[in-house]
Design a protein. Structure first.
Lengths: 660, 245
């Protein structure tokens, strides 16, 4: 019988298998859709608990191996062979980190869905496919076998596609699902080609074994082709510009809980990108070239994502473009780590940049999830996603408003929220790599704040519009779903040093440590892969201090200082003579003597807010708008173009010793 | 213009990839001596790659005469579970997309079944089902297995749809078969987990290779896959035709 030890080792496959089994059962419960979704919610909570236990086990015992169908789950190489034969899960701190992110978001999404999709038919299928998405994400991040990764890539893509099409009564769902399907299928086939390239050369499918071979033979031309394909595929699925076109369509058309699942799925593809570059190739290729490729994709994502977000007036499309732009931060942070890999710089600022990027992954999953959920709440309450039609909703939906504010401040990087801590880590370390990158990153943050000010102003502030007099706050389960994520954001914002020390830094070190990943499977690692990075000190002497690259950040201290300043300001204010009287002429808007015709006429609508900005930049926006054609052929064309460009870059500069 | 550029780009990529592949190492290059030293067990055995291992030790380790089957079901059984799940997801997705577009308004013409077709199908159908079942039951002995067997069974249902215009698949029953066969696959694997073995590790006697009752859990899994693939493909076809009225 199974023992506790065996159970701990079996956690990795169990967190994938339990949702998988649940999905098969749930599809049958056509008559009890509510029960089906309750079961799905319960399972997602159980899986979250198991993933936390898995994370704890990885912390205690180091990298976990689980070999499927072999005597002794942890013997990677069977007694009668010299290479790993079977599929295995290899869970290092980075995989466990991603699993934690995915499971947490899924939990929030399924709690939120309890009332969100009440009015729909096919809820049992929805819950079933939601469980498949969870299984797909966890499998993708836990696996140590590249073909197995492809299988989970497929499960995740098809499950996402099915859920994008969930609202079959709206035309846009079908269109978005079709585009997503085409793009994912082509990405999947390219991925299969890359897997084939490894298998034809080395005859193994295990990631650690392939990494060993690559570090021995160096990056051959075939390996560079495979690398170009893998970077292209995963960057496309993560929503990197200019392969992001499917993202706003899919994110806007899917129901809000599914949007946050899609967002988290894109983060798992980002993980796959990092796994490819750091574990499969590491220093076998010219790290500066690969690092700069990731950085450039990240830079384009940040800039184009945020500038495309500003003119949007569909709240979910706006947030989708922000999702793209935030992914850019992670790519820049981790890209800088890649570009400094194997040099002395990784110890001085490279690792910090990676920590910032990886910290940003979990932060982003939380606040982006929260924001999409508030967008879903707005849609649930008002029946529209058009910001131009909204206004004055803060009066009716106080909880949603507070959750939105938390999410918006976090995404804009305002202290003391979690987004600030990770962005500070990225700014300070990227500045040492290349100052312009850090300056652009800060600029993008400001634009992010600007566009969320727009959402806040046009949806929540403004006069009490007559058409929304009957709007009520969303049901409890949706509040709980948003509350879970808000709580995590606030907690991460208050104690970023603990999060970095216990969750983020182990993940960053695991990602860098190619030798460790290989030797867990093979026992030893080739000398080319033997170089390790020691973690820096992340915790300052004073409680609550996070040491960033050249400075420190203490949110508790910041709050205390702000509170004292607030008291001082309050004191100064009380000295004055208040002349503001409620209920008099003073509170009416001044319209140069004109009478206010109606409340809704005096509300500045979303599209009118930044007309000056958009007008003066029309030369920039015109080609950008023309580029977003909405034709799926163009999406694929961009993907092929980017893969070819990466391939040209890699074959000219990527061979080790090349210069950029 | 756009087409010309795309075609040119595609041609260039093709030429480049083809050129690289011409100079690429032929399959089997991994048997190079250089790869020996990294292995902790080197010296005990010469080079061996994963395909070699399958060919040389597949039958001995799994008890299955058909090596492809031993790879699909045991060595890479977890991938197969994943692929079955992909199919399941696709079937559910099709159900999502097509569930609202049932032909309620336009009543299909009540065509009488063609006599030749219906008689022919009536004669052939039992044999088709039999062949399908044979293929997946004998998956560990002869070429074939759960996937082709299931596909053959699904063609039987497609023939029924062709021959009898009013024929309808009982979606509910099909989905029960679908879910339970998927469950059976996963449960067979989970039993080994509960027994203290690893997921999908064989726990039944291997028997004599080449006989029907051999290869441990392989036939059980292939039967589950056969039912699952058959029911799923039939359900997809039935959904595309218009589903239950």
């Amino acid at each position: 019988m199974i023992t506790w030890e065996q159970f701990q080792i079996s956690l990795a496959p169990l967190v994938v298998l339990i949702p998988l089994l649940t999905a098969f059962i749930l599809a049958l419960m056509k008559k009890w859709p509510r029960v089906a979704h309750s079961i799905a919610t319960a399972v997602s909570i159980v899986v979250e608990a198991m993933v936390i236990l898995l994370f704890y086990t990885v912390r205690e015992k180091g990298t976990l191996l689980y070999v499927f169908g072999q005597k002794g789950a942890t013997d990677a190489i069977p007694a009668n062979s010299i290479v790993p034969i079977r599929i295995m899960f290899e869970v290092d701190a980075m995989s466990a980190f991603m699993a934690l992110t995915a499971a947490t978001v899924t939990m929030a999404a399924s709690i939120y869905s309890l009332s969100f999709i009440k009015k729909h038919t096919g809820v049992e299928k929805y819950s079933s496919v939601l469980m498949l998405m969870l299984a797909g994400m966890l499998g993708l991040v836990l696996t140590g076998d590249i073909f197995n990764l492809f299988v989970f890539f497929e499960i995740l893509s098809i499950a996402s596609c099915a859920l994008v099409a969930f609202r079959t009564e709206r035309w846009e769902s079908g269109e978005a699902a079709f585009k997503y399907m085409v793009v994912s299928t082509i990405g999947g086939l390219f991925l299969l080609l890359a897997v084939g390239i490894y298998y034809i050369q080395y005859g193994v499918l295990n990631i650690a074994a392939i990494a060993t071979y690559i570090s021995i033979t160096g990056a051959t031309r075939l390996n560079l082709i495979a690398l170009a394909i893998l970077i292209g595929v995963f960057a496309m699925k993560a929503g990197g510009v200019p392969m992001h076109f499917w993202t706003p369509d899919a994110y806007a058309a899917a129901p809000a809980p599914i949007t946050i699942m899609l967002k988290t799925a894109s983060l798992t593809y980002l993980y796959a990108l990092f796994r490819t570059t750091f574990t499969l190739y590491s220093i076998s290729v010219d790290v500066r070239t690969v690092g700069w490729i990731i950085i450039i994709i990240g830079l384009l994502s940040m800039l184009i994502g945020v500038t495309m977000a500003i003119p949007q007036h569909d709240v979910k499309r706006l947030m989708a473009y922000h999702a793209i732009s935030q992914t850019g931060y992670m790519m820049i942070g981790v890209g800088v780590g890649m570009a400094t890999l194997g040099t002395a710089a990784i110890n001085t600022y490279g690792l910090k940049a990676m920590e910032g990027g990886i910290f940003h992954i979990i932060n982003n999953a939380m606040y982006k999830g929260l924001l999409f959920l508030t967008a879903g709440a707005l849609f649930y309450a008002t029946g529209t996603r058009d910001l131009n039609k909204m206004g004055g909703l803060a009066r009716r939906m106080p909880v949603t408003t507070i959750c939105f504010m938390i999410g918006a401040l976090a995404i804009a990087g305002i202290p003391p929220f979690n987004g600030y801590a990770s962005k500070l880590l990225i700014y300070e370390s990227v500045y040492e790599f290349n100052p312009y990158l850090a300056i652009i990153a800060m600029l993008v943050s400001i634009l992010t704040l600007a566009s969320f000010v727009k959402v806040f102003h046009s949806a929540f502030l403004g006069p009490d519009l007559p058409e929304y007099r009957k709007v009520k706050e969303v049901p409890t389960s949706m509040k709980v779903g948003m509350g879970v994520l808000s709580g995590i954001i606030i907690a991460f914002g208050l104690v970023p040093h603990l999060v970095v020390k216990y969750i983020v830094e182990p993940a960053a070190l695991a990602l860098v440590n190619q030798g460790g990943y290989i030797s867990t499977v093979l026992g030893t690692a080739p000398p080319q892969a033997h170089w390790a990075v020691s973690g820096g000190v992340t915790e300052g002497a004073f409680f609550g201090t996070l040491l960033t690259n050249s400075g420190a950040w203490n949110s508790l201290l910041w709050i205390i200082v702000m509170f004292v300043l607030f008291l001082v300001a309050k004191f100064i204010y009380s000295l004055g003579n208040p002349t503001y009287n409620k209920g008099t002429e003073q509170i009416k808007p001044f319209l140069s003597g004109w009478k206010e015709s109606s409340k809704s006429a005096s509300h500045v609508r979303a599209s009118n807010l930044y007309w000056g900005f958009l007008n003066s930049l029309s030369g920039y926006y015109r080609p950008l708008r023309r580029g977003h054609t909405g034709i799926v052929n163009d999406y694929v064309g961009w993907f092929v173009l980017v893969v070819s460009l990466i391939l040209i870059l890699l074959t000219t500069l990527g061979i080790k010793g090349g210069v950029i | 213009m756009r087409r010309a550029v795309s075609a040119l780009l595609a041609l260039l990529i093709f030429a480049y990839l083809f050129g690289v592949l011409l100079k690429a190492p032929i399959p089997g290059d991994y048997r190079d001596e250089r790869y020996n030293y990294y292995s902790p067990l080197s010296g005990r055995e010469a080079n061996e790659s994963v395909p070699d291992h399958y060919v040389e030790r597949g039958e001995e380790e799994t008890g299955s005469q058909n090596i492809v089957t031993s790879i699909v079901v045991l060595y890479r059984g977890f991938d197969t579970l994943g692929e079955v799940t992909v199919l399941f997801t696709a079937a559910t997705g099709v159900a999502f997309l097509l569930s609202t577009q049932r032909s309620k308004g336009e009543k299909e013409k009540k065509k009488e079944p063609n006599f030749m077709a219906s008689t022919g199908v009536g004669l052939v159908l039992p044999f088709i089902l039999l062949v399908g079942a044979y293929i997946f039951v004998h998956g560990h002995l002869t070429p074939g297995g759960g996937f082709p067997g299931g596909a053959v069974i699904a063609t039987g249902f497609v023939l029924m749809l062709v021959a009898y215009p009013r024929f309808q698949l009982r979606e509910k029953k099909v989905s029960v078969v679908e879910a339970f066969s998927g469950l059976a696959f996963a449960v067979i694997g989970l039993i080994s987990l509960i027994m203290g073995l690893t997921f999908l590790e064989n726990y039944l006697p291997k028997g004599v290779a080449g006989t029907l009752l051999s290869a441990g859990i392989i036939p059980l899994i292939y039967i589950a896959i056969g039912f699952k693939v058959g029911s799923e493909l039939s359900a997809i076809v039935s959904h595309m035709k218009g589903g239950e009225e």
